[in-house]
Design a binder for this molecule. Structure first.
Ligand SMILES: [Zn+2]
Length: 279
């Protein structure tokens, strides 16, 4: 099964917040929703409980996105503490709403080697995860593949960190992978290779490809990587159809969160492309 949904409040929603947004996506035929805490966790615990109930009643699977300013491999101790605090705040609210995964951008190299950053990131996330478990917040940590060449977060790096930290998984952001690698995703085989990498290198990979979490949109990019997310079908950068084919043919399953400017509308377009392929 493949679920589609918007990253945040659907554009088709006339008024209301997350609860109304979830009801709306369910009504138009979507079954996933990523709650955005990218500019801070502002939702209260009781509100999150209500959001969780609405999602359950409407058959919508929830995920959440941590604040953007997280850096799990920051040089300064104070920034590591801020990072932990932000992940923990997201985890608390995500658990209250029964979101199964919280997505975060691993961090920035700031002139250091990949190995050094991975080591630091693992340390930060292990400590954060331990604190989450002490509190009974069992949400999975999702490491998103990042879009800039200065960011920690290639697929291989996300897998390496995920293998070292309990209940952690790589989250493919196809636009970011494409933008960071000079437009590497063109054909079915290009997408299939990403899934194979997860199956072969991620400890939980064989199981995870049956219920993966991911982000999709088209992208404008430069030699330095990501510039901005753009509407579906505009430039075919990357194209969605070969991804849908790779998923359908290999029997993969999971969630694709749409991050284009037309969140829910493009999520629905993707759903229709995928369903047409499945026949
Ligand atoms: Zn993200």
């Amino acid at each position: 099964m493949l679920r589609f949904g918007p990253a945040g409040i659907p554009i088709g929603l006339e008024k209301g917040g997350t609860g109304e947004g979830i009801e709306y996506v369910s009504k138009i035929g979507l079954t996933a929703y990523e709650v955005e805490f990218v500019r801070g966790v502002k939702m209260k615990f009781q509100a999150a409980k209500t959001v969780g109930k609405i999602a359950k009643q409407n058959g919508v699977v929830l995920s959440a996105h941590c604040p953007y300013w997280i850096n799990t491999c920051a040089k300064e101790a104070v920034k590591i503490e801020t990072t932990k605090r932000n992940i923990l705040q997201t985890a608390e609210i995500a658990s209250a709403m029964n979101a199964w995964i919280i997505v975060l951008h691993p961090g920035f190299y700031m002139g250091r080697s990949s190995e050094e950053c991975i080591k630091l990131s693992i340390k930060t996330l292990k400590e954060t995860k331990a604190e989450m478990l002490r509190n009974g917040w069992d949400t999975i940590l999702g490491l998103e593949t990042t879009g800039g060449v200065a960011d920690l977060g290639t697929l291989e790096e996300c897998i390496e960190i995920a293998n070292a930290v309990e209940d952690t998984a790589p989250v493919m952001d196809f636009a970011h992978i494409h933008g960071r690698n000079n437009g590497c995703l063109r054909k079915k085989g290009d997408f299939a290779k990403l899934f194979e990498t997860i199956e072969n290198r991620f400890n939980e990979g064989k199981k995870y490809v049956k219920n993966f979490h991911s982000h999709f949109s088209e992208l404008e990019y430069s030699a330095r990587g990501e510039l901005r997310h753009i509407p579906l079908g505009k430039e075919d950068e990357p194209p969605f159809k070969p991804l849908a084919e790779a998923i359908a043919e290999n029997g993969y399953g999971g969630t694709i969160i749409c991050e284009s400017p037309f969140l829910d509308e493009d999520a629905l377009k993707m759903k229709h492309i995928f369903e047409k392929l499945k026949g």
